[in-house]
Design a protein around this ligand. Structure first.
Ligand code: ATP
Length: 216
């Protein structure tokens, strides 16, 4: 039987002029690819940030059930996060950044290095491993950001708009990468605004608009 890994109840968040998240409830089960689908400004990024305690909700509850324990915040080794505002060190060689970030999330450096090289190879970027991130094109930087979110093999990955900035061929590739990670046991919560992409990948879809759940 599947079990719940994340339960959100009646989440609310107001900014000065906007009620960004309105009484949002949903749950994610182990093995899901759960998609938040909604237009610009729907409240997707705000919700994902609340889950990671980057910003605080005004009310509501969040429960994580990872490694057999209930917590309000997951431990860094257990979660991967691709933020909407991509923010890796641009002035550091790609491979060094990737290994460093995986190591502070609990992965052995040698293991992180070989896994990172493996991903770079698959993405056709192995020969750029020692270049600074800022030397890469925007799409290629985005690929590195994705690798940094999942390299340490977290049980749960939160991917905020993982397809934005990619051409259609790369969008398809990333659908395959995410499905593959999911088949290896990673539970995925992602946000997107393209219905056609979400249909191809998600087993659960939560449609939100103006901070409210429309369909689930
Ligand atoms: P997009 O697809 O455009 O990224 P989104 O669904 O992720 O949109 P959010 O970024 O969560 O939407 O924004 C929801 C609402 O909250 C918007 O109206 C936005 O302007 C507002 N908002 C988000 N962050 C802040 C902030 N720090 N201060 C004030 N308002 C904010």
């Amino acid at each position: 039987m599947k079990h719940k890994v994340l339960q959100i109840e009646k989440l609310n968040k107001r900014f000065k002029n906007v009620h960004a998240v309105k009484g949002l409830s949903f749950s994610v089960e182990k093995g899901d690819i759960f998609a938040f689908l909604g237009p610009n400004g729907a409240g997707k990024t705000t919700t994902l940030r609340i889950l990671l305690d980057i910003i605080r909700a005004d009310s509501g509850s969040i429960s994580w059930f990872l490694n057999g324990k209930q917590t309000t915040l997951p431990k860094p080794p257990d979660v991967g996060y691709l933020p909407e505002e991509r923010g890796l060190y641009t002035d550091v060689p790609v491979i060094r950044s990737l290994v460093y970030l995986a190591s502070i999330r609990g992965m052995q450096r040698s293991k992180a290095k070989s896994a990172a090289m493996n991903w770079l190879e698959r993405m056709g970027l192995a020969d750029r491993a020692n270049e600074k991130l800022m030397a890469l094109s925007k799409g290629n930087q985005q690929k590195i950001q994705f690798v940094s979110a999942i390299l340490h093999q977290p049980a749960f990955a939160i991917l905020d708009e993982p397809f934005s900035g990619f051409d259609p061929i790369n969008q398809e590739k990333f659908i395959q990468y995410i499905k593959e990670l999911n088949q290896q046991g990673m539970t995925i919560l992602l946000s997107a605004h393209q219905m056609t992409l979400v249909e191809k990948i998600a087993n659960k879809v939560c449609l939100i608009n103006k901070g409210e759940r429309l369909f689930y």
